[in-house]
Ligand binder design. Structure first.
Ligand SMILES: Cc1ncc(COP(=O)(O)O)c(C=O)c1O
Length: 390
């Protein structure tokens, strides 16, 4: 579909997902190990239509809050395909996870008793293997001081305590971080997980959950491995190090939907080499959070050659509200449509209403048709939360 048609039908900013790309990525994961359970990292974008699309392909969902759990349930994701995470789960969350029949990932020693009391039956234990993944420090999760999971000795104690408490300890979990561009650190993590499993007396895991984390290529100079390469290497490694039968769980988020989404903005003020879009850090805070970089093109003039380097700013009241520091474009004009590719993951899910800006709509596009999968917010939506306005 033409960008101009999408913009005029649904407005801008608009996040446009390509259904076939989502499906291709899901199928690539399924091919890596047909017996594995692949669960979508719902935090990348909790959306019922996307969850439903993935569920129809046999995927489950990794959820970490009541909200994400409810999105997955509304999409019809079965309990045995739900994995419930969180470094600070409330008792309500544990009870809801138990009621949904989710596999709960224990993240702390004190959680063992609370999980049992909440009626949880099956658990994994999250290992923190002490690895500083090569990625932005805000999305590293398995280094020594991480707030997530348990170091090896504590993980072994958690397995023993959980078994003593009568929980079914199905296995172990590890996730070392996100936007990963190499598999070797994850291979070390998997090795440490296998070592921990061997050190648990009288217990053998039925499940190894090897997390998500594969990065998305946002810019032309960025390199990330293919799904088959990255996940394939990890799976082979587990199988080689742990020949006994064990089921694998994979938890990709961004690598399922990141590349599949692009954001369409309308350009407004152009001052010298700075052009402003009609959104910014409220619909995509990743540049501010992680120094994320993007490419962009003028969707309505895609056949014109770039003539200079421009900075793309947002419309928010912060000088740091810069979406792209430097991108080659034809001279931009008010009313042009700017397309920013690879913005499908952790954009709308991290969006805010800063400056009282309603959050954008999202559509799923396939075979020349666009389906609205998230409606645009209105200013009335925002006012609803003021008690004397709602
Ligand atoms: C436990 C866990 N699994 C999976 C994911 C998904 O990560 P990604 O979107 O990088 O694949 C995350 C992301 O934070 C996570 O914390």
């Amino acid at each position: 579909m033409r960008a101009a048609a999408l913009a005029s039908e649904f407005g801008t900013p608009l996040v446009v997902y390509c259904r076939n790309t989502v499906l291709a990525r899901a199928r690539a994961y399924a091919r890596v190990d047909p017996d594995a359970l692949v669960v979508y990292g719902t935090k990348a974008f909790p959306n019922v239509a996307l969850l439903r699309l993935l569920a129809a392909e046999g995927l489950g969902a990794d959820v970490s809050t009541l909200g994400e759990l409810e999105f997955a349930r509304r999409a019809g994701v079965a309990g045995e395909r739900l994995v419930f995470h969180g470094n600070n789960k409330s008792d309500t969350e544990l009870r809801s996870a138990a009621a949904a029949g989710a596999l709960v990932v224990l993240d702390a020693l004190e959680e063992v008793e609370r999980a049992r009391a909440a009626g949880v039956r099956s658990v994994l234990v999250r290992l923190t293997p002490g690895i500083e993944a090569e990625t932005h420090r805000a999305i590293r999760t398995a280094h020594a001081e991480s707030k997530f999971g348990l170091p090896p000795d504590d993980a072994i104690a958690a397995v023993a305590n959980a078994r003593a408490a009568g929980l079914d300890v199905a296995g172990l979990h590890v996730h070392i971080g996100s936007q990963l561009s190499r598999a070797d650190e994850s291979v070390v993590a998997v090795e440490r997980m296998v070592d921990v499993a061997r050190r648990c007396p009288g217990w053998e895991p039925r499940v190894f959950n090897i997390g998500g984390g594969l990065g998305v290529r946002h810019t032309l100079d960025e390199r990330v491995p293919e799904v088959e390469e990255f996940a394939g290497e990890l799976v082979q490694h587990v199988r080689a190090r742990w020949p006994q039968p064990v089921r694998l769980i994979l938890e990709p988020g961004r690598s399922l939907i990141g590349q599949a989404g692009l954001t369409l903005y309308e350009l407004g003020a152009v001052k010298g080499t700075t052009a402003a879009v009609d959104g910014g850090m409220s619909d995509n805070p990743r540049p501010q959070l992680y120094g994320a970089r993007y490419e962009a093109l003028l969707a309505n003039r895609a056949d014109e050659a770039a003539t200079a380097t421009y900075r793309i700013a947002g419309k928010h009241c912060e000088s740091g509200d810069v979406l792209i520091e430097s991108v080659q474009l034809p001279a931009p004009l008010r009313g042009d449509l700017l397309a920013v590719p690879a913005t499908g993951g952790y954009t709308l899910s991290m969006a805010s209403n800063y400056n009282g800006v309603p959050r954008p709509a999202a559509v799923l596009v396939a075979d020349g048709r666009a389906e609205l999968i998230r409606r645009r917010e209105t200013v009335d939506d925002l006012l609803r939360f003021d008690p004397d306005q709602g």
